[in-house]
Design a protein around this ligand. Structure first.
Ligand code: AR6
Length: 181
């Protein structure tokens, strides 16, 4: 299943994010930046120790208290097909109800901003916060799609945003609730 939106700049696919051949894949990390389960674990496993080493340096220098929710940082992609990994942290659903939608949108926006700052033109996202962090998939679909659409309206440099869903059912929920059009 592959579906295209916004003059083909947004592509919805089902698959394994770590296999994406793009300039950057986005990691749904946690504030520690030191790894975890889910897509984070898969990225570090497939990408090798270089990524973790750079994350440790970022913790020591720029973010000794951890990466705040909604912010993003970039490392090399190590052994991944992608040249870079952009690490962001989504909100844990229910922890801060008044701000969580804005924080989820910020995670997408700040990841895209970092891609532009590094002159990257293709980027692939997992469905941030919808696994361990418990964000309802239909709500996340509306929020993430709106954030991406707003960003791409103002930016001309990013040519492809790939939204990679691990399961067919997750892609279907996204396709029912997105606001790309
Ligand atoms: N490719 C694409 N999507 C995937 C993959 C993959 N290889 N693996 C999982 N997903 P999660 P979160 C989907 O839990 O909710 C980690 O421990 C998955 O089906 O990875 O933001 C971090 O260290 C789900 O839809 O991220 C944090 O502690 C989506 O990716 C915490 O989990 C996100 O699920 C972050 O939780």
């Amino acid at each position: 299943m592959t579906q295209l939106f916004l003059e083909d700049r947004v592509v919805v696919v089902v698959g394994d994010l770590t296999r994406e051949n793009v300039d950057a894949i986005v990691n749904a990390a946690n504030s520690s930046l030191l790894g975890g389960g889910g897509v984070d674990g898969a990225i570090h496993r497939a990408g090798g120790p270089q990524i973790l080493q750079r994350c440790r340096e970022i913790r020591k220098t720029r973010y000794p208290d951890g990466l705040p929710i909604g912010e993003a940082v970039i490392t090399s992609g190590g052994n991944l097909p992608a040249r870079y990994v952009i690490h962001t942290v989504g909100p844990i659903y229910g922890n801060d109800p008044e701000r969580e939608s804005e924080l989820l949108a910020a995670a997408y926006r700040n990841s895209l901003t970092l891609a532009v700052q590094h002159a990257l033109t293709s980027i692939a996202f997992p469905s941030i916060s919808t696994g361990v962090y418990g964000y309802p998939k239909h709500e996340a679909a509306a929020i993430s799609s709106r954030a991406i659409k707003e960003f791409l309206k103002l930016d001309q440099s990013v040519q492809q945003v790939r939204l990679v869903f691990f399961h067919d059912a997750d892609a279907r929920v996204f396709l029912e609730h997105h606001e790309l059009e």
